[in-house]
Write a new protein. Structure first.
Length: 137
């Protein structure tokens, strides 16, 4: 390596160093960012300790079931004995049909009862007439 090569290397290093940010450049750049104190003040605007009093504590949460508590609760096989959504739909349709049958039975029974009552009334009138005829003779 000769003096000329060393000069070229020195020039390259000098160019690269000029392109690097200085301490003042970094300070100017960082002025736009919030400080730790700024962030703490901003956080206080959003949530205070008083706001957090209404949230659940560890003690409150300890009363709830955990994943481990529930792991043996019900297995997929246990659920096969319960009705599915489709079963319930079919049951609903079946119940509607049965309700219609019951309603028509009630209506026909009422009509029959009215007819029986009319027959009974006419029978009572005939008996009264027969009794009157017996008393008269």
């Amino acid at each position: 390596m000769n003096a000329h090569d060393l000069k070229q290397i020195d020039d390259l290093i000098e160019k690269r160093v000029k392109n690097l940010a200085t301490k003042d450049d970094l300070k100017r750049e960082l002025r736009g960012y919030p400080t730790k104190k700024d962030l703490q003040e901003e956080l206080k605007r959003f949530v205070s300790r008083d706001d957090l009093k209404n949230f659940a504590t560890k003690e409150d949460l300890s009363r709830f079931a955990t994943k481990n508590d529930l792991k043996d609760f019900a297995k997929k096989g246990d659920l096969k004995n319960f009705a599915t959504k489709d079963d319930l739909k079919l049951l609903g349709k079946d119940l509607e049909s049965k309700m219609d049958d019951v309603a028509s039975f009630i209506i026909s029974s009422i009509d029959k009862h009215k007819a029986d009552k009319r027959d009974l009334d006419s029978l009572e009138k005939r008996v009264e007439k027969a009794e009157e005829a017996l008393h008269v003779s």
